[in-house]
Write a protein that binds this ligand. Sequence first.
Ligand code: TYM
Length: 333
Amino acid sequence: NNRVFSGIQPSGVPTLGNYLGAIRNWVPMQDTHECIFCVVDLHAITVWQDPQELARQTREMAAALIACGLDPKRCILFLQSHVHAHTRLAWIFNCVARIGWLNRMTQFKDKAGKDREAASAGLYVYPNLMAADILTYHATKVPVGDDQKQHLELANDIAQKFNHDYGVDFFPTIEPLIQGVAARVMSLRDGTKKMSKSDPSDQSRININDDHDAIALKIRRAKTDPEPLPESEAGLEGRPEARNLVGILAAITGETHAGVLRHHGGKGFGAFKEVLAEALVAHLDPIRTEMNRLLQDPGALDAALRLGADRADAIATPICEEAERLVGFLPRR
Ligand code: TYM
């Protein structure tokens, strides 16, 4: 089967990293695959979220995804908490996954920080829920940014162990699709950290609904080194900030790093940043306008999400119930 699944946390407005690393690659897949896209509110609360903010950001995320080109008629777009198969299968996976596997997850180590004992248990089992998200649809294609690769490998380990433990060939192998020159967009303040919705500094990221002035300012202030841009890709070695900005322009214009450097190599960052900010504004302006228009009518958004949940449920629940039967749970009759 060819089913596509991916998800995004409503822990803020999507960043340029989410957009270039994931969302933008989802859009064309709607024409070629059966696509299921999920706003993962259950995952978001693995770190505390203000309830009103979470509700607002969840709607905002749905509007952002539609504004970026997801069409609720051509894909299934829904909220994770609306489809209970996710949590039901996640529990089974909590009992399949090994603690040793979870201990290797670098994202947990990053997010939990120094005081690991104080992290929520949900943050720890986060990858098990992610595996359930995908596998309760028997989805096999998962387009994500580079940072999710380890979680998808774990999902495959869980699927394999489930099949082995219960002597079945039930869950398929997942193929991570990590695409494009911007599979890992870095922070504008630190070229060694990924750009993130949850970074405390808004200056570290471009939000896809930033206006002209915000984009121009953030790009102008973005950290760089004092050298002009190199003429070839080899010259980006050891220059993470330069590589990041070149990669962003490449992604926006559909070029490679080398292509961008053929046009702009030798320029100082002042001039290059102007070109980059212009390109970003031109690309993101229609998205921001559409997102704001969609947010004028929350009722229509909620209706689209309810329809998406019904369609998701119809696929997910039978697969989840079959997994429950395989485990030995009696059906409720
Ligand atoms: P999240 O919400 O952190 O990010 C959503 C998508 O954006 C990608 N991404 C990036 N790509 C490039 N550069 C960046 N700086 C950057 N930051 C984020 C992510 O790789 C992701 O594809 N655990 C997931 C959500 C999830 C999921 C799933 C994904 C839950 N269940 C099942 C796939 C399948 C997450 O936190 O994504």
